[in-house]
Design a protein around this ligand. Structure first.
Ligand SMILES: NC(=O)c1ccc[n+]([C@@H]2O[C@H](COP(=O)([O-])OP(=O)(O)OC[C@H]3O[C@@H](n4cnc5c(N)ncnc54)[C@H](O)[C@@H]3O)[C@@H](O)[C@H]2O)c1
Ligand SMILES: [Zn+2]
Ligand SMILES: [Zn+2]
Length: 365
């Protein structure tokens, strides 16, 4: 017999994707989360996804994540329960979950650096259990959730949890993309593609997309990249320099998280240019100050704050931003191991963003 939403709500256990150390994941039965603080909400997840950061976690690149943690920091769902101090949300509201937990009161929140909130930050699927499950506990629900407006597609909306604000804040805004700029984005995964969509809002003259994956590069071209460069022969920097008549690029956005891709950014940045690092790095990189010391460049790093999510949501609502086109595959939660395999073998599987539907049987997949 298939479970209905009401059956699922009455159960005390749930299915969840649990991390057991590098390269070890399992779909397990775990206790359903309950309210701990009066500012918490419990959300029944209907759509979640896998981020490139989850792949870094699997490789062991994020040491804060310990054995037994439920992964996932992206999600859309329905509120099942709220604590007595949650003022802006009620049971039954459909919500977008921000990957960033923020108290709204600490010194970093006051500076809009929510990712460094002294009582929060990136906690979901990191220091507390995350969204790749049937239910999740959201601390500081008033700031960590956004109402999903009627008519906004859930798959488009789940891109607002992490990748769209990341592409905009860590990529386009930190890189200060301006009209007429030449921009290079290294990495055409979902985050690089989100940076491509975000950069276009600022009217650059050229966007050069660099990746090893021909399918993702072709997708990038269809999303508006003016040039694509396949870096599989190790000649990406030379190709970009040739494409720019040896001038280099005004903005280089690193959206992979490897020393090789950071090196491409350092090799192609023009004097006065901005390197915006987005990728999560598990190993150190070499900073080539012997070449760059006199180049007047700016290097930025950032953990996404997700303060731009309401603005991006309005752009999706108005039709100005089409984030649903980032989705390539759909799975049920029971098939999440397959979803990880597909996303982790993106070239072979021709995968972009994979979404996981966690709705009871009445939602058609
Ligand atoms: N700073 C933040 O707050 C933040 C937030 C979210 C994601 N991230 C990071 O952004 C990065 C991208 O995320 P994603 O979901 O797109 O990941 P992904 O793994 O799907 O994409 C990475 C892309 O890099 C490409 N790549 C790998 N090696 C390359 C090389 N040598 N040259 C060119 N391209 C190469 C791959 O082919 C792939 O398309 C990850 O490091 C992720 O952890 C950072
Ligand atoms: Zn993410
Ligand atoms: Zn705070």
């Amino acid at each position: 017999m298939t479970k209905t939403a009401d059956d699922a709500n009455n159960m005390t256990t749930m299915k969840a994707l649990v991390f057991h150390g590098p390269n070890s994941l399992a779909l397990e039965d775990r206790p359903k989360p309950t309210l701990i603080e009066a500012t918490d909400a419990i959300v029944r997840i209907t759509t979640t996804s896998i981020c490139g950061t989850d792949l870094h976690i699997l490789k062991g690149d994020v040491p804060t994540i310990t054995d037994g943690r439920i992964l996932g920091h992206e999600g859309v769902g329905m509120i099942e329960e709220v604590g007595t101090n949650v003022l802006g949300f009620h049971k039954g509201d459909k919500v977008i979950i921000s990957l960033i937990t923020s108290c709204g009161r600490c010194s970093f929140c006051k500076k809009a650096m929510y990712s460094h909130c002294l009582n929060g930050g990136w906690r979901l699927g990191n220091s507390i259990d995350g969204t790749q499950a049937e239910y999740v506990r959201i601390p500081f629900a008033d700031t960590g959730l956004h109402l999903l407006p009627p008519g906004v597609d859930e798959e488009a909306a789940v891109m607002l949890s992490c990748i769209l604000p990341t592409g905009l804040e860590c990529g386009a805004l930190n890189g200060q993309v301006k009209p007429g700029d030449i921009v290079a984005i290294v990495g055409a995964g979902p985050v690089g593609l989100a940076a491509l969509l975000a950069a276009q809002l600022y009217s650059p003259a050229e966007i050069i997309m660099i990746d090893l994956d021909e399918n993702r590069l072709e997708v990038a071209r269809s999303f508006g990249a003016t040039r694509i460069v396949n870096s599989s022969e190790g000649k990406a920097a030379e190709r970009v320099m040739a494409l720019t008549q040896a001038a280099g690029v005004d903005v280089a956005i690193e959206a992979v998280g490897l020393s090789a891709t950071f090196d491409i950014c350092q090799a192609i940045i023009a004097p006065g240019g901005r390197i915006a690092n987005v990728g999560v790095h598990g190993k150190s990189v070499e900073l080539h100050l012997e070449r760059l010391w006199a180049s007047n460049i700016t290097l930025t790093t950032r953990l996404v704050d997700a303060g731009t999510t309401p603005m991006l949501l309005r752009m999706i609502q108005s039709g100005r931003l089409d984030s649903k086109k980032l989705v390539s595959h759909r799975f049920e939660l029971s098939k999440i191991m397959e979803a990880y395999h597909t996303f982790g073998n993106a070239t072979k599987e021709r995968a972009l963003k994979v979404v996981i539907k966690n709705a009871p049987s009445r939602t058609k997949l």
